[in-house]
Design a protein around this ligand. Sequence first.
Ligand code: AGP
Length: 610
Amino acid sequence: MCGIVGYTGSQPAVPVLIDGLRRLEYRGYDSAGIAVFENGSLLLAKKAGNLCVLEEAIKGNGFKGNTGIGHTRWATHGAPTDINAHPHTDCTGNIAVVHNGIIENYLELREWLKAEGHKFRSETDTEVLPHLIEQFYNGDLYQAMLESVRKLKGSYALLAININEPGRVVVARQDSPLVLGLGEGENFIASDIPALLPYTRRTYLLDDGEVAEVTADSVKIATIAGTEVSKEIFYVHWEAEQAEKGGYDHFMLKEIHEQPKALRDTIRGRISGDCRRVTLDKELHISPDRIKNLRRIFITACGTAYHAGVVGKYVIEKLARLPVEVDIASEFRYRDPMINPGDLVIVVSQSGETADTRAALREAKSRGAHVLAITNVVGSSVAREAGDVIYTWAGPEIAVASTKAYVTQLISFYLLALWLAEKRGTVTPKKQQELLQAMKTLPGDVEAILHASDRVEQLARTYAGYENIFFIGRGLDYAVAMEGSLKLKEISYIHAEAYAAGELKHGTLALVVPGVCVIALATQPELFEKTVSNIKEVKARDAEVVALTFEGMTAIKEVADHVIYLPPAHPTLAPVLAVVPLQLFAYYAAVARGCEVDKPRNLAKSVTVE
Ligand code: AGP
């Protein structure tokens, strides 16, 4: 939820810290701060507001130190104020800490530390950490950190420095991501890879329950119990500019336009040359026996990933003929799900760090299910805790609004559904080949849609002033309508709702009056006529209707005010294409309304708290 960075080496630390925080602002941006060693003292600056406010505050301060830590915050405990901003310090001001996560037992620790004489200044859970380290400090920050984290319950990615140990940064990780970047005579720490890319691609991915001591020339990693850990270097293949905007006005637009490449990269190596087979066997360790005895699948995720799961349900049931239940992750474990050990639970998460999804993953494992993760971040918590992983090779997704991750999650579900169908004999080789050949044309189809985006942009500007927009559809179109609605509301702040088209007349039609816009998806041939009837229903209430369908399905222009046509594609694969105009519609509406597209209010890219 927050972005944290650390540096120790020969360069001045401040520029490295600020640059790293800027690359992590998508993780939270309501306050920021840094702490740097400087000639035997610890210089600290922290400000509410985004990073520019902090930069203004430290301009001319001449921070020259070579070791420091930094933080950009998404508030969980305590409002975004200067006092609540990180870093937080102990009573002496000699220890500074930045933290991402939630310390669940902070109240009891705070009471105990107060009884030990510690004075608190902020309302945050984080502030217990520097005081805890101070309590256990006997001349060794690393040992004090080990003692301290053993007292903690909750999630944390922690960086700590101590005035008495210049050049050292001690870190700890539990349930919040932390990556060490390995340089020459310098080392870096960050909550996410983009902050490291300009400096190094050689990294150590810290695991839960690990602590590390980082100096300019060394990295020592151990478990909380104190057992030394040796790590493989994880080489990051992302290019630095991938994490930049690449010439687009916003990360979101860049990532919408990266979808053809993301689709190609996610498909690559997973379909046989003759398009007869899905070649997931080398990635999945689901035994033939387990597949043979598979009776039910659960899918659980949040937000856009959940919407991908709804499509996943349709395609797995349709192709592999297995019953599928889809749950919002924050609901899943509280409904006492009836999971049997033979069941398969699929968790979907772009970041691989969403707390609700990770909790659902653990719930599934505790009930004996085999867990398969679909995630975009190699080495993410979800990837490491699941039994199997299908990676979406979408590259870093920086914008809060998820786009390329969604379409690559869809592809992952199509591949998985066909892989299961082939093993279960529920789809003919001809149908399998037809679908796989069609899948290979999707990147080109998306390119065609992107090249003709002017029409969507124009419609978006037309309707950007509307305050209520409904998205309706049936079957797969309804699943995509959910995603279109979320995209629009989360970045343009227009009230948007997705509705099963056949359900409107059972209540929501009461809200359809002049001045309401309805976006109707009609890509499924067997449901087309029904959806046309639903469009007539809303037109009869003077709604403005924008229809979305395939080229050739021109009857719809008789009833809709505007029609967006998609290049022809297999109807089962329609969601991959239909979502693209909806992403563009949301983007251009948000731009027309002057919204902060990449950093929408109240939201963050990775929600690592429950
Ligand atoms: C999507 O545009 C939103 N930013 C949000 O709903 C997101 O999909 C959700 O928080 C899940 O994130 P994850 O895929 O990283 O788990």
